[in-house]
Design a protein around this ligand. Structure first.
Ligand code: ADP
Ligand code: MG
Length: 370
């Protein structure tokens, strides 16, 4: 069961879902100026769908006749791709629908997947127009590969499929608080980080996880055992979370429970980049079968936390030897916050604070990559 690669056909019919409000509000102009001429040279014909409101793209994906398209391109931030993935998962034919290669072109203020794909492709670290050019070039080449998704479920019964990460505490607050600085583009995160550092707080809860395996800490074995065929799976039933016990029951015995219950932040990331300038999990790959679980225990000083964030620009934060910063490769995790203060984020989008757990589903969708 190895990875499977593909290449987009030529001519190529691309549906481009574009959020005109994303980032600094320049996505449509950038599309015409940068993307369209390159696609024309590569024999890729785009049809543009401009989103008018939140969930517009998700609704369209639920209904869309996908036989018309060779690829679904998202020109926005990570939030719009999250909608597209979840819209596809809401279809009775989700399994077939997920075979359509997805593509991300950075048009938002949070472009973590675009930065990750640029990094996996071996390109130099770039941002803004250069990142857009690199990602458009990757689309023009048209190679696509499988990507892991994480299934997240909440105590109130919500279920999401996530391609980037889940956060709680400090980083989630920065992400959501800084929404008001969206017009600054990526700088919104720098300003937000400094503001949140000034009023650093502690978040209480219990964190549990299923470690990746005996090779703990090492890259996962190339021949990962295939997920057992799910029993009682009818046509259209969503992939079952076989590693999870119901929320409200204790975690399975093979899980670890973090003894401390006070955190500054918890972040489960499955791509390399948390933002264009934040290389949080340098070892991550699209289909490595791994959730990189990071947490920072309470008691860290502001200066030490700032150092962690500054080092994350180069991906060297784990070399600092900071005793409050932990990194564990896992297959599944559970977070049970005490109280409902603070926010949680999924792929950069806000979520009410409540118990959440998630497990990885390997190679569930496809994405255009270098
Ligand atoms: P950014 O990186 O700038 O946050 P995102 O792609 O994450 O960009 O989009 C942010 C939010 O905007 C998403 O929740 C999405 O649903 C929403 N959205 C999509 N289209 C529109 C629109 N036309 N007006 C306002 N919000 C929109
Ligand atoms: Mg966003």
């Amino acid at each position: 069961e190895g990875a499977s690669y593909g290449v987009l056909p030529r001519p190529c019919r691309a549906l481009v879902l574009l959020n005109p409000q994303s980032g600094a509000g320049r996505a449509l102009d950038d599309f015409h100026a940068v993307v369209q001429p390159m696609l024309a040279d590569a024999d890729i014909a785009p049809s543009i769908f401009i989103t008018e409101r939140p969930h517009h793209a998700q609704e369209r994906m639920r209904e869309e006749d996908l036989s018309q398209w060779d690829t679904l391109v998202v020109m926005s931030g990570d939030g719009l791709l999250h909608e597209v993935v979840n819209g596809l998962m809401e279809r009775p034919d989700w399994e077939e629908a997920l075979k359509t290669p997805l593509c991300i072109l950075p048009g938002g203020s949070g472009n973590a997947l675009a930065a990750s794909i640029n990094y996996y492709a071996g390109n130099d670290h770039v941002a803004k127009k250069k990142l857009l050019t690199n990602c458009t070039f990757i689309l023009c080449k048209g190679l696509h590969a499988q990507m892991d998704l994480v299934s997240l479920s909440t105590a109130s019964g919500k279920r999401f499929f996530s391609f980037l990460g889940f956060g709680w505490g400090f980083i989630a607050d920065v992400d959501i608080d800084s929404e008001k600085y969206r017009r600054l583009g990526n700088a919104r995160f720098t300003l937000g980080t400094l503001q949140c550092l000034a009023r650093l707080r502690v978040y209480q809860g219990r964190l549990s996880y299923l470690p990746l395996g005996p090779e703990h800490g090492a890259p996962p074995a190339p021949r990962d055992p295939p997920e057992p065929p799910e029993e009682g799976t009818e046509q259209g039933a969503l992939p079952s979370d076989s590693l999870l016990a119901p929320l409200g029951q204790p975690v399975p015995a093979s899980w670890a429970v973090v003894p401390e219950e006070e955190f500054v932040c918890v972040y489960a990331i499955y791509q390399s980049h948390l933002g264009t300038n934040l290389l949080m999990a340098p070892a991550a790959r699209l289909d490595d079968g791994c959730i990189h679980l990071f947490y920072v225990r309470a008691g860290i000083s502001r200066v030490a936390l700032l150092k962690v964030f500054l080092a994350m620009g180069r991906g060297t934060h784990l070399d600092l030897g900071c005793p409050h910063l932990h990194h564990v490769p896992v297959r599944a995790f559970r977070l049970e916050p005490r109280g409902s203060a603070g926010v949680m984020t999924v792929d950069g989008e806000a979520l009410a604070c409540e118990p959440v757990q998630g497990q990885l589903h390997r190679r569930l969708c496809r994405v255009v990559c270098g």
